[in-house]
Design a protein around this ligand. Sequence first.
Ligand code: ADP
Ligand code: MG
Length: 225
Amino acid sequence: MHTVMLAKQKGGVGASTIAREIGVLAARNGQRVVFIDLDPQATLSKWWNRRTAGTTGTPNPALAAVKPEQLLATLSQLAASGGVDLVVIDVPPSVHSFIRRVMDAADFVLVPVRPTSDDFEALPEIVEMIEQAGRRYAFVVTQAPTGRRIRAIDEAISILARQGRVAGVLRFRSAFPAAASAAQVTTEYETTGKAATEIRELWVFIKAELRKIDRAATPALARAS
Ligand SMILES: Nc1ncnc2c1ncn2[C@@H]1O[C@H](COP(=O)(O)OP(=O)(O)O)[C@@H](O)[C@H]1O
Ligand SMILES: [Mg+2]
């Protein structure tokens, strides 16, 4: 079982969007996925409730209603059940004191960042927190300008590359909120659209990271044989 969490310094960066997009894509790829929504604003849970009430969203990951203080116990139960491949944890901004404890329980941390100086200036705190927790992490550029204005994206990537790795770039695309209002994700709503393509590329990066974590966890002896 792998645990991927979102982490962010500010609201509105696209964390819940990424959580539901990668959760559904993983489920579509045959993984048994559980969402955990630790954000009191409950964006992920509200979307999930609409999706679950309707007929639009299959496959549908499960949603575990968990309070932050129950997280560790819930994750051990899910792992012990042998029935879960991926847990995706959505969170409020990292000013909440429990975020560090979520990091301690995560295999991989995704940090959505808009390509603005305000977002860049907020990064050192969260990067320091992740590094203290000793977790693997990567940034995702979100809500990046579309069209030919790629200079802002190149600049963002080079700023972020000084502090970590970049897992992917999501441009500002109306398909993200449109899919969400239809209780879907972009890979369902507009299967061959640009947003869906960006999400698939992001998922390829995350999958490769999770494989690296598995390899790192394999004892050297077993790897050698
Ligand atoms: N790449 C994107 N392009 C366009 N709109 C986006 C994108 N990512 C997120 N949004 C929209 O921005 C708003 C905030 O996104 P959300 O995922 O809820 O952020 P967070 O969870 O970080 O607060 C939502 O209305 C969402 O649909
Ligand atoms: Mg959110």
